[in-house]
Design a protein around this ligand. Structure first.
Ligand code: PGA
Length: 236
């Protein structure tokens, strides 16, 4: 594992963008595994700037996102599909038909999970997976549990996740209580993992995940078993 400490959010975003851009340059039809939340916003902005400057071309790139709230569709400002369109896809030259986010409004959520896993497999898996980390150690919405869940699944969100994400909603009551998330199999099968984290509030859980015991109670700890992980951390 490579652990890179940087001085601020800007530097974290710049470094992460360069690593992702390198993947796109190397393989134009690569599969990007993408994440939402406040951490990757700067990374997406830097990538959009590189695309604008003609330095990278996303026209053949494909993407799969980690997760989506159950019950929120693209029209909802807080849905992860909307987040991705606004913060990234609409700013680059990716074909929107090549971008994928689980459908949290599917009539049959279990079928949607199966469809998503089959889709990732049909794409040949993820080339580089971008991850944030939750204050409870979650990656995607893989919450602390008694076992690592392998496939895409419907998950009840932890109270700490609901509280942490309430800042994006009018009130805590508006935060959906469940979500669909990619499971550990697709994440661990990614050829490369890029985790980004910033702020003192993430330091303890990050250290626990990367250097503590590997346990489903700290979902991100599974990354210790992956052969190609880069973590970029900014304390600011
Ligand atoms: P954040 O979320 O980027 O908004 O801190 C990270 C996560 O929950 O994975």
């Amino acid at each position: 594992m490579r652990f890179i400490t940087v001085k601020n959010y800007e530097e974290m975003s710049k470094k992460a963008a360069i690593i992702i851009a390198a993947e796109v340059l190397k393989k134009e039809d690569c599969v990007l595994g993408l994440a939402t939340g406040s951490t990757p916003v700067g990374t997406y902005s830097r990538l959009a700037e590189m695309c604008d400057a003609g330095e990278i071309d996303f026209s053949k790139t494909r993407s799969v996102n980690l997760d989506e709230y159950v019950g929120l569709d693209v029209e909802n400002d807080q849905s992860y599909r909307k987040f991705m369109n606004v913060n990234f896809f609409n700013k680059i030259n990716i074909d929107i038909n090549n971008t994928n986010v689980p459908n949290g409004c599917a009539e049959d959520l279990n079928k949607e999970c199966e469809r998503y896993d089959a889709l990732i497999e049909s794409m040949g898996g993820v080339d580089i997976q971008l991850l944030g980390i939750g204050v409870d150690g979650h990656i995607g919405f893989n919450e602390p549990d008694s076992e690592f869940v392998m496939g895409t699944h419907h998950v009840t969100l932890d109270e700490s996740t609901i509280q942490a994400n309430a800042r994006f909603f009018d009130s805590e009551n508006d935060v959906p209580r469940s979500a669909l998330t990619m499971g550990m199999k697709a994440i661990m099968n990614a050829k490369q993992i890029l985790m980004i984290a910033n702020g003192k509030g993430k330091k303890d859980i990050l250290m626990k995940a990367l250097y503590g015991p590997v346990t489903p109670e700290v979902p991100a700890s599974i990354l210790q078993l992956h052969p190609n992980v880069t973590v970029i951390y900014s304390e600011e």
